[in-house]
Design a protein around this ligand. Sequence first.
Ligand code: PLP
Length: 355
Amino acid sequence: MVSHRGPEFSEIVRECEKHLQTLMGTKNAVMFFSGSGTGMMEAALVNALKPGDKALVLSNGQFSERFAEIGGTLGIDIDAIEAPWGEEIKASDLAARLDETDYRAVIAVHNESATGAVSNLADLGAVVRKTPAIFIIDSVSGLGGIEMQQDAWGVDLLISASQKALMCPPGIGIASISDKAWALIDEEDGKRRFYWDFRKARKSAANGQTAFTPPVTLLNGLREGLRMIEEEGIANVLARHRRLGEALRAGGAALNLSIFTKAPILSDTVTVFNVPEGLHASAIVGNMYKEYGTVIAGARNKLDGTVFRIGTMGALDESEIILDLVHLERTLQDLQMPVESGSAVAAANEYLRRA
Ligand code: PLP
């Protein structure tokens, strides 16, 4: 263990910040917190908004709904533009709403982990940028696997967490904040915040520290994950995520598995398959784990039973996708589904050979 007020720890923080600035596409300071993604969602709202402020949530999945729930709990006046889960919210719909109503913040999720839909932040951000509202984005499951250009896309308050494509165990929350968002955060009036106060974090970050005791060892791990990304090259990391996600989907198609997601941008960090008729997702998820030791996920929301999700984030290569497909094919056969032996691997392999 090193002291979190000593020079070794500052060095870790500063290196993590430097790598994250490149990965996030920002010149902003990057701040670290003890917490998970949900903690950072709440932190974003308590700092930017006070009870009674109007905010707009772009709601198309579990985590945007969670944002609305947190906002409601905090007494923020939340409106929503809703799209069916798995679909996108279009920039033209956002522009129409912002023409009608003034909001202090527009809130969205970059990569909806529940549905595999990716928001077009470049288009949405260009709309928000023209208004006084700030653009708050959760990229908990996108950052490190899907492109992020915070400054270019007009993302004012970007939050993320350590445990997904950044390849670190859970426990670190991450935030990066534009000048436009700081102007709101610096307003004292009516805000109730202490532990999550971004102003305290900013002051400490200037010295390579955190305001309160941080998860020191996890930051060491995060540094290693970020070094791995830098060594491979961000463009290569993102291309690998795309390639592996597509290979998985090609294999799934050969098993007659349809994709739940309807949004034009499909996630490269999680693929959401519909469960074939006659089965429950828990049978597939349970069999994959019990028979083959492969961990995939169902859904703990209104899609429970009807979809299953396979993550393709972090330090993965072709061999893992191929093996997952072997296990998936055998699982479907174990569950008496009519799938052809070898078809998934052949389709994925064919894609990988050509891509
Ligand atoms: N946002 C997204 C997009 C997520 O995928 C998750 C978790 O899966 C969260 C927020 C919540 O993060 P946590 O579970 O770390 O609190």
